[in-house]
Structures are given as structure tokens and as C-alpha cells.
Design a protein around this ligand. Sequence first.
Ligand code: NAG
Ligand code: NAG
Ligand code: NAG
Ligand code: NAG
Ligand code: NAG
Ligand code: NAG
Ligand code: NAG
Ligand code: NAG
Ligand code: NAG
Length: 533
Amino acid sequence: MAPGPARPALPVLLALIGALLPGLGGAQTSVHPAEAIIPRGGSVQVNCSTSCDQPSTLGLETQLTKKEVAHGVNWKVFELSDVQEDSHPICFANCHKQTMASMSLIVYWFPERVELLPLPRWQPVGENLTLRCQVAGGAPRDSLFVVLLRGEEELSRHPASGEPAEVEVTVPVLAGRDDHLANFSCRTDLDLRPRGLGLFQNISAPRQLRTFVLPETQPRLATPRIVEVGTQWAVNCTLDGLFPAAEAKVGLTLAEQKLHSTSLFSKDSVLAMANVEANTAEEGTQELACVVTLGEQDRMWKEDVTLYSFPAPNLTLSEPEVSEGTVVTVECEAQAGVVVSLSGLPPGPPAPRAQFQLNASAADHRRSFSCSAALDVAGRLLHKNQTRELHVLYGPRLDQRDCPGNWTWEEGSQQTLRCQAWGNPVPELKCHRKEDEALLPIGDLRPVKREVAGTYLCQARSPRGVVTREVVLNVTYHQNNMVIIILVAAAVILGTVSAAAYLYNRQRKIQKYRLQKAQEAAAMKLNTPATPP
Ligand SMILES: *[C@@H]1O[C@H](CO)[C@@H](O)[C@H](O)[C@H]1NC(C)=O
Ligand SMILES: *[C@@H]1O[C@H](CO)[C@@H](O)[C@H](O)[C@H]1NC(C)=O
Ligand SMILES: *[C@@H]1O[C@H](CO)[C@@H](O)[C@H](O)[C@H]1NC(C)=O
Ligand SMILES: *[C@@H]1O[C@H](CO)[C@@H](O)[C@H](O)[C@H]1NC(C)=O
Ligand SMILES: *[C@@H]1O[C@H](CO)[C@@H](O)[C@H](O)[C@H]1NC(C)=O
Ligand SMILES: *[C@@H]1O[C@H](CO)[C@@H](O)[C@H](O)[C@H]1NC(C)=O
Ligand SMILES: *[C@@H]1O[C@H](CO)[C@@H](O)[C@H](O)[C@H]1NC(C)=O
Ligand SMILES: *[C@@H]1O[C@H](CO)[C@@H](O)[C@H](O)[C@H]1NC(C)=O
Ligand SMILES: *[C@@H]1O[C@H](CO)[C@@H](O)[C@H](O)[C@H]1NC(C)=O
């Protein structure tokens, strides 16, 4: 297809001669059309004619495949076929002298390949992106333009002039957030409208761009610094200022082991959460790392986490349930390196073990012993406690304090009768009146009645034995006695007074009578000495 350097030499030479010697002898050679544009590989008919006044020989000088398709007096029509490139066929005629006329045959064809070269997988926002478009073939080149597009928008237009079969156009584009997921493409415009044909466009396959923003800041890792093995703990890792946040990937690792995490995305940040449970094999200081990846770049942050194991201390009672008066050993033991302190024991030198003995009494029933263990983990003092309760078997007990043996109350008053038996197990208490087996009215007595008075026998019974106690309940009827006493006293006083009054009266009458008699006698003695009584 490429023309050899020797081939166009002859027609060019002939054309030059024809041009230098026009109209010699008056006859002229002409060609129709003088200029033609045809698709590559196409064919065209060329009419060569001469104005010679006598029949003359006509010819078409060309290296193209030609065929005479019609002729007349002084004209010939040739068909040129399989035209691959531009050429300049020359018509010549011999009329006295040889004259000639050249024509211009232009071939057009569409580019065979229009390709936008691959874009970076991820393009940082704010950096220049180079769009490169390659166009192979296409002619005529002076009518060919290369257009770079974002979506439908024309970014730039370049003429594809020049010889090389392949042209490459490069354009810098400042990548923005708007360019994320935008489709870029490259188009060729073969504009043959000035030559009476149309505008022919070929477009490349689109390429989608992904842009991103990953700030230089480090991810923030929220984690406890010390963690007990076997427990669950939460780890969060966040990074802000991301674009597009939803495309960010977060990897969390503990001791280079990947952790299962879930990510939450907001407009411009990502939060990854993981629940971790470390096993004993990982005891010690481990590295927790968070890596946020976006656009093939990553940001990492690491924290040291100390994993410790700290079982609660073993607090033991030699016997959890003992009889009163038994010696009990309370012992607390923890792993080496731990300091224990036992309640009820004054602080001693730090040790992982502590113990003491006690003579169990009723007061120790349900007494709670606690042991606190302390462990220093990475400068933090951790505590674990253990408690045990002692059960003491005692009683039954029924003494003056819990069940007073002598109650004396006034009838009608409001009282509370208290009688409680103690012991573990809890004793059963029964109180009966000695005379008639009536039950002792324990609790509120309102009002106190005289019928409850009496002597009761109380018995507290538990599997550990029986105790008895006498309870005397006296009821005084104070008010009634007073009335009787007053009445009796009044009656006695009244009787006495009446008797005294009677006796006095009688005595006075007697005396008066005796005085009267004496006076009468005296009078008789004076007046009538002979008057007897
Ligand atoms: C070729 O040109 C000549 C002179 O102009 C004309 O007479 C003739 O008819 C043409 N032939 C055709 C086939 O057009
Ligand atoms: C991007 O390219 C343009 C044009 O070449 C230039 O003016 C600009 O400074 C470049 N910007 C960056 C951030 O490289
Ligand atoms: C880009 O092209 C893809 C696939 O052809 C399409 O799904 C997407 O919507 C296009 N993006 C834009 C911004 O037009
Ligand atoms: C180029 O576009 C033309 C029409 O504009 C079409 O006929 C031709 O097939 C296209 N070429 C390629 C390689 O797609
Ligand atoms: C992790 O993030 C979640 C959701 O915001 C929050 O509820 C939780 O308290 C965080 N955990 C830690 C350890 O920061
Ligand atoms: C425990 O105490 C009781 C009563 O106080 C006493 O009788 C007993 O002897 C004590 N036992 C021991 C082993 O000290
Ligand atoms: C506590 O007791 C359990 C079971 O008896 C034993 O396995 C463990 O080693 C003990 N722990 C300590 C610190 O002594
Ligand atoms: C354990 O005991 C220690 C000391 O008695 C106390 O400071 C700590 O709060 C207790 N911890 C728990 C979990 O009960
Ligand atoms: C009961 O109490 C009364 C007065 O409070 C007293 O006179 C009496 O002697 C007491 N009886 C007994 C058995 O303690």
C-alpha cells in the first residue's frame, strides 16, 4: 500500500510538461471530474476528452486499476477501481501534439481504532490525570479531529494532522470528587462537510474513573490497653475525611491475626468495630493494628494491648457448716505474683496466700469472709474478690434477752409480748399455760385481758436439742380494786361516823337526862323537899 518512491515520478513529470505547454496547436485535454473524494477501496469514473478537431488518441496515465467503460469521438470514460490512496491520474491526448490534464483523487477512510488508554484504577483528587487517546488510521488527516470527552462534555479538541498512521493525544485533567465514576471517552470527527460529504464520528469504549481522598491523618483506634484473656472486648477504628467513604476497607489485626470486623460508613468516615476474645496462648503484650485502605493507599495505626490472665482467688473454709465451738480455717490462695488480703486479718506482708483460724460462735453464723486479690498489669492494679459465707449450727437458745420470763401488765393496756427462740437450724417454739395448755399470745396484745394471765412453759426444739423456759404473765386490775377499796372505805367511814354520832347523841341525852333529874331533885330538895322522883 505504501507507495514506492519511483512510482509517482512519471505522472508527475507528464503533468509538469502538460502544465508548461498548454494549448499548443489550440487543442486542449480536459478531465472530469477534476477532483474527486471517494472511500478507500472504492471506484470512480473519469471522463477524458479533447477539443481536437480530428480524431485523436486518448489515454489515462495512472497506476490504479483502470478499465475503459465508454468512449465517443474524442472522449473516453475510464473506471478506476480499488483506490487505496490519494493519487493524481493524468489524461493525455495526441492531437498534433500531446496535451494532458491531471485530476486529484482523494481517498477518505474512518480510523480503524480509537482508544482511550486505561485510566489509573484510582486517581487522587487534586492531582492531574492524563487522558491519552490513540487513533490508528483515518484519512484525510486534515479533516480529522480528536475529541476527549467526559460523559457528553467535550474536554478538548485536537487536529490529527500529520503523517503517522497512529496519533496520540494527551490531556491533563485535574481530578475532582465530581469525576468519581465519570465515564471518559475519546471521539474522532472526520469532517467531510466542506467536501460535500457528512461528519463521520467514531468513539472509543468509555472508561470509568474512580477518584478518592485519603487524608494523611492516622486512624484512631479505641481499645482497652489491658484485657483479660477469655473475656470479650470491643475495638473500634475510625478515620474521617474519606472520599468515597463507602469504598474504604478496614483491616483489624491482633498479633497479626485478622479480626472479624463490621464497618459502618457515614458521609466521609468509616468506623470498624470488632469483638475480640483472646485465648490464653496470646497472653502478654500484643500488637493491635488498624489499616484503612482506599484507592490502593493505606493508613495504619498500632496499639499495644496487654493480655493477662487473672483467675479469682480461691477462698476456702475448712468446713462451710460447723457446730458452735468448732475451729474453722479460712484460707485464701491465688496464683503467684498476686497479693491477697483476707477480711478479718490485719494486713501482713504481700503474699499470694493468707489464712487464719476462728472458733465459730453463734455470732459467726452467716458471717461473710472475703478475699481480695490484687495484680499489677502494665502499671494498673486490678482487683478480684471472692466471698464465702460460714454457717454455724447452734442453739436452740431461749434466754431472758430473747424471751423475758416475767411480764406484769395492767388489764386493758396495749402491749407487745416478745418471745423468740434462736438457733441454726431455726428451733420450733411452743408455749403452753401450765394449768390448761392455752397458748401464749406472742405478739401484739391490745388490749391486755385478764384471762391471758398465767404461768406458761415455753419449749424451743431443734435437731440440736430442747430448751425450756417459764414465762409468767401477770395482769393487774388496778382500777376495779380502787373502787371497791374506796367503796368499802367509804362504807366503813360512814358506818363509823354514824355509830359515833349515835353514841354521842345518846350519851348527851343521858347526861342531859341525868342533869335534868339532878336539877329536879335539887329543885325538889329546895322547893319541895318532900317530892320523891
Ligand atoms: C465525456 O465528455 C465529453 C466532452 O465534454 C462529452 O461529450 C461526453 O458526453 C462525456 N461522456 C459521458 C459518458 O459523460
Ligand atoms: C495540572 O496540569 C495543569 C496543566 O498542565 C497545570 O497548570 C497544573 O498546575 C497541574 N496541577 C497539578 C496539581 O499538578
Ligand atoms: C458510566 O458507564 C457505566 C457503564 O457503562 C454506567 O453504569 C454509568 O452510569 C456511567 N456513569 C455516568 C456518570 O454516566
Ligand atoms: C466509524 O464510524 C463510521 C460511521 O461514522 C462507521 O461506519 C464505522 O464502522 C466506524 N468504525 C469503527 C472502527 O467503528
Ligand atoms: C465503638 O463504636 C460504637 C458505635 O459508635 C460505640 O457504641 C461503642 O461504644 C464504641 N466502642 C468503643 C470501645 O469505643
Ligand atoms: C471455743 O469457744 C468455746 C466458748 O467460748 C469454748 O468453750 C471452747 O473451748 C473453744 N474451743 C477452742 C478450741 O478454743
Ligand atoms: C483454685 O482452685 C481450682 C480448683 O480446685 C484450681 O484448679 C486452681 O488452680 C486454684 N487456683 C489457685 C490460684 O490456687
Ligand atoms: C474487691 O475488694 C477491694 C478491696 O476490698 C475493693 O477495693 C474492690 O472494689 C472490690 N472489687 C469488687 C469487684 O468487688
Ligand atoms: C415479776 O415482777 C414483779 C414486779 O415487776 C416482781 O414483784 C416479781 O417478784 C417478779 N417475779 C418473778 C418470778 O421474777
